[in-house]
Write a protein that binds this ligand. Sequence first.
Ligand code: FES
Length: 265
Amino acid sequence: MASKYLPAALRSSRRIVSQISRPQWRSFSATSQVRSETLAVHRNKPDNNPSIPFKFNEQNLALIDEILQRYPPQYKKAAVLPLLDLGQRQHGYCSISVMNEVARILEMPPMRVYEVATFYTMFNREPVGKFFVQVCTTTPCQLGGCGSDKIVEAINNYLGITPGHTTEDGLFTYIEVECLGACVNAPMMQINDDYYEDLTPESAVALLKALRESAQAAETGKTVKVPAPGPLSGRRSCENSAGLTNLKEPPTWDPEVFMRKDGQL
Ligand code: FES
């Protein structure tokens, strides 16, 4: 008799079990959040608040006139990037007063200018040192040459600071950045507007020393030779560092045979 009712009992018990509510969640993973207040949050400080006046100088006003002529008058806000760049070059960084002045000139809501300046990492929202050092630590620079880890370590030791900080003498601000587009000359770093490539720990430190000496010598009117931008390895550009491996001889074929004789391409 019991066996007659067993299948029905199993069915109903399965139904009851399926109706018991179960927690509706599933696990997921995410990389750790990097919180950076300097990128997106403005807090008034004695040296960076809206009551500090900022005006473009005569030279930059002339440049702004020229830049604005590239856009129809109703779209002049398209010039927000070059104007922020000019403001940063004149003032040293993109202070709130620089952004407000750009907004006034371009007749934009200031918030729209803040959005642009905080989106693009090349705009510094805080003061930086005389030499703004950006060391690329993306994969090709990590793997190329001696590797960017060694460059970072050498700079940490020489400057006595870690990325994201400024030296006490105000000469160097130093950060790590993503690919700067010179991977073929890895590892590399950008200092102000210049690229220095094919770095070794020794050449990187020698470069920083020369920059420091040049800044100190400038106060006394002297000059110090600083390595020229580009590869510091002796390469002229991004040619094979082992030298020419092909096309070493002039062509052996007779141009008269292979080229058209009517002068046309
Ligand atoms: S990875 Fe460093 S420049 Fe591209």
